[in-house]
Design a protein around this ligand. Structure first.
Ligand code: AKB
Length: 323
């Protein structure tokens, strides 16, 4: 029986992962954890913890007899640039704390399986942008991307040196309707739906032809759980797997929305986020994920748009990061 700790449970991914894991393993076996008050969605157990407090995290892991940890707490590409030192500390020390706890438990014969999210932000201007290979030039320009590249190497190091069973995905931009995204460069692809459902035009901070890899949340959750459920001997890559969902640019997304909301309009006013997006891939080669643990995306652009338009709960423009 697995006992699972999700750190960063109140975030965009954590929120939905907790629900999916609770369905799979039983709510009693999932412990949601984050800073601050309990999230309304979720598992039977909630712990208010800071991933930077290693002793507290270790105590929670022992108390609940945890066998798997998802360490999702992080600052993303845009918020990271606002406070690079905080981003480095949270993103790196948070991961190191979990890897160290897993190293100790593994050495003591009580192994912990760890999931940690990498990102397309780990790539950079030297990376081939089309069908970006699994192994290629990685020269990230944001503190977030640098922390993701360093984190990937730490994961590979803890596996090869200490046998820690750590697994990771380079997430594309994740599109979802349940909770707002947390300060990323790909957030426009959620904000645009809020504008469309308010019957307002959307002013996009990226140029019309800025193609980026994206993934719809149900596919992202499926990929994450499939990777964690795969037999250890099939996990050949211990840094992070490329996982492709779909690729599109703001103009293509606006057309797809316009097909279901006639009259929808978009305009373009690129800001600092354009420079970040320009260094990221257009599309990913995820052949390794497909062959190692049978990854297959299911959701295309038309299905994504239909589902988002049916489910997004519109927030006023002045509330949250999605406007
Ligand atoms: C961001 O835009 O920072 C994130 C990511 C691609 O990791 N969504």
């Amino acid at each position: 029986m697995e006992r699972i700790l999700v750190i960063g449970a109140n975030g965009q991914i954590g929120n939905e992962l907790v629900v999916a894991l609770a369905l799979q393993h039983g709510a009693d076996n999932v412990i949601a954890a984050d800073l601050g008050p309990r999230n309304p969605f979720g598992a039977a157990h909630y712990e208010a913890i800071d991933v930077l407090d290693r002793r507290l995290v270790a105590r929670i892991i022992d108390t609940y007899g945890i066998t798997q940890v998802y360490q999702l707490a992080a600052l993303l590409s845009v918020t990271g640039e606002q406070d690079p030192l905080k981003a480095w500390s949270l993103n790196m020390d948070g991961l190191l704390n979990i890897l160290e706890i897993a190293r100790e438990r593994t050495a003591a014969g009580r192994p912990l399986r760890v999931f940690w999210p990498s990102s397309i932000a780990a790539f950079g201007p030297g990376t081939p942008q089309d069908n970006t290979p699994q192994q290629t030039v990685m020269d990230p320009t944001t503190i977030y991307g640098i922390s993701k590249l360093a984190g990937e190497r730490l994961c590979a190091y803890y596996f090869s040196k200490y046998g820690v069973d750590v697994r990771s995905i380079r997430y594309p931009g994740i599109i979802s309707f349940r909770s707002p995204p947390g300060g990323g460069t790909t957030d426009y692809a959620i904000a645009i739906f809020h504008a469309a459902l308010r019957d307002e035009p959307y002013q996009c901070y990226l140029l019309a032809d800025t193609t980026l890899p994206m993934i719809y949340m149900p596919d992202a959750i499926r990929a994450t759980i499939a990777l964690m459920d795969a037999p250890a001997e099939r996990i050949v890559i211990r840094a992070a797997y490329n996982v492709a969902g779909l690729s599109f640019n703001p103009a293509q997304l606006a057309v797809a929305i316009g097909q279901q909301r006639p009259g929808f309009e978009i305009s373009y006013a690129p800001d600092a986020r354009q420079a970040i997006a320009d260094t990221w891939p257009h599309s990913l080669d995820d052949a390794a994920a497909r062959s190692d643990w049978d990854w297959q995306p299911r959701i295309d652009l038309a299905a994504l748009v239909t589902d988002m338009l049916a489910n997004v709960v519109v927030v006023p423009r002045e509330v949250g990061q999605v406007a």
